[in-house]
Design a binder for this molecule. Sequence first.
Ligand SMILES: Nc1ncnc2c1ncn2[C@@H]1O[C@H](COP(=O)(O)OP(=O)(O)OP(=O)(O)O)[C@@H](O)[C@H]1O
Length: 804
Amino acid sequence: MAAESGTFTPFTLPVLPLDDEVVLPGMVVPLDLTDTEVRAAVEAAQAAARSSGGSKPEVLLVPRVDGHYAATGVLGTVEQVGRLSDGDPGALIKGQHRVRIGAGTTGPGAALWVEGTSVDESLPDPLPGQVLELAKEYKALVTDWLKKRGAWQVVDRVQQIDDIAQLADNAGYSPFLSVAQKIELLDTADPVARLRLATEQVRDHLAEQDVAESIAKDVQEGVDKQQREFLLRRQLDAVRKELRELNDEKEGEESDDYRARVEAAELPEKVREAALKEVDKLERASDQSPEGSWIRTWLDTVLELPWNERTEDAYDIQGARSVLDAEHSGLADVKERITEYLAVRKRRADRGLGVVGGRRGGAVLALVGPPGVGKTSIAESVAHAMGRKFVRVALGGVRDEAEIRGHRRTYVGALPGRIVRAVKEAGSMNPVVLLDEIDKVGSDFRGDPAAALLEVLDPAQNHTFRDHYLEVELDLSDVVFLATANVLEAIPEALLDRMELVRLDGYTEDEKIVIARDHLLPRQLERAGLEPDEVVVDEAALRKLAGEYTREAGVRNLERSVARLLRKVAAQHELGERELPYTVGPDELRGLLGRPHHVPESAQDPAERRTAVPGVATGLAVTGAGGDVLYVEASLADPETGAAGLTLTGQLGDVMKESAQIALSYLRSHGAETELPVADLKERGIHIHFPAGAVPKDGPSAGITMTTALASLLSGRLVRTDVAMTGEVSLTGRVLPIGGVKQKLLAAHRAGVTTVIIPKRNEPDLDDVPAEILDTLDVHAVTDVRQVLALALAPASVPIPAAA
Ligand SMILES: Nc1ncnc2c1ncn2[C@@H]1O[C@H](COP(=O)(O)OP(=O)(O)OP(=O)(O)O)[C@@H](O)[C@H]1O
């Protein structure tokens, strides 16, 4: 007889086998009574119920896989018998609780009867927190799943189930669980273990689904994109067709156009062949392919190059010289060198010879000098003098070989290199090309631009120059290359080898005044919209501008100051504050430009001078900006607090550091001869600093300056303010020659120094120094550092000026 749930005495019931489904306790399922086994079981149960007196008919719902019954079934009560939605007779059966299936027995009717025992499904009381957590997790996961399907009604129902055992059995409804998974749930009698199992099952399913969804999404997106692209292309084709019809064009017109242009252009034979090949390719390329646009850009570049354009050279050497003279004041040597260069070119051209070739042929003139000395503008004058076009190629900071030689065409955004672009810009095959700042090309992993330049400059190779982008040969042999550089040492060795150097060292004050009067002022007057006679800047004013408002080797800042001054006057005139014509004298400058920036050291208040304390000496140096004076400071540390040893600051290079060591060693070993208390050097730390600490400095030429600064420090004797010096010092105290004498002397003069000490062996360099500079300087050529000290150190009796 059937047992009440919760009692464990065996009972017998008719079996209702379930082939494709599993019913768990709590579930209500409709079953089809046309199935003989189902009908037999239900009828047997009804008969049994009738005979027992009124209780609901009971069956054992047992899953059956491949003819085998599961070990656990569910006691089901027949709730209702009637018709199913399809009209067949059916019964509604509700699962009640788990039953362990025992041995088969016999019973009334056609049904199979078995023994069963109720299964213990009791829960611990109270429920541990973990179980409650688990229930929460399960609910959340199921809710997640249900929401994704929009099954909102069911969400609430699940949320409301509080009974743990019932909650896990609710999984029986999950359509995603297989029969095997449901049987596993059925077999798991412990409600907590069952809930855990159900949770895992949902979780696995959700994870699988995520993967499946993202795959599906990817697939879908791919399909969408293809479809969209296809549709857009169709539309584009239609629009194109309409446009062609509107303009009465035929298909393929564009490439026909290129073909005609290539045929019409007078291209060298090889270039023509290459271009026609590209036109063929263009015809084959579809309108949309990126290749089409590459080919068009390439064809445009080729067609724009001046393959057959050439300017007629004005080989009138006298005329050329007068152009140079007219456009630049001074620079006699430079003009002479350029005239020679032009004369040789002319003679070779007259005799039908090529450009001067060979490694030492010096086909390229390099103009070397500080900024603003007119390198660029004299190069432009060379073009004028020759009657050629002029193009400037700025090389400063170029590190990529492709900048010179172009990118390969397969690059996105590929461009021809700068040389090809320069020729295109010039519009002739024989321009003057200025390679500006050739000392500033670097090299890195992107190749060596200098190597590419070498090929450009080499007369043996440059008639077949190949740009990576252009791919056809370009004849550069008729181009005149000039180069400029600030610092000779920075020009790559191999390039230097190809060049003939022309130095522009900087101008004297007198030269600057002439340049300003004859060139800068007229040009700036015009720029300011002033007539030449409206504003006159007199010579004394120009001298003051050059000397006190600017301090430079060239005239760039001078030109700027002149421009500023004229703008001020023009504005004042417009505001009605100034009558024209107006003459600017030195006293007007302050009102117009403010206070001068550079007052010579010698004009400073003695107490304010840099050399007003022992340990400071004035040196002369050459930097990228030309010659300059620089002060060397030395100090001794307190023996109590300072560490011993030599400290050097001011961004010094290795050579300069060694030079400091040598200066120190010399003094240590020659203390007696120099009458200096060198014992101090032993225990006390020494610090040598080169102010303008941010500017890197190197070279041995500050050797005697450092020695002098140290000697001044030890003796307490000041260094004379009007003395500046340059020279390398050896360990034995010999003064060795250095470079840049002219630039250094110009700088000394600019700074108002009157006495200059140079190495004896540099005496011949004085020939290059303009006489008017030498006249203002007392130059001492020395061989020994003791001579330097004798000249530079003030007598011991000179009092140290008190601070103001
Ligand atoms: N001797 C000169 N005669 C006339 N004008 C000059 C002379 N020297 C320089 N200038 C003028 O000074 C200005 C600066 O010269 P430029 O730009 O050619 O200098 P640069 O040496 O090429 O400098 P950078 O190295 O900075 O390029 C220009 O306007 C130039 O015409």
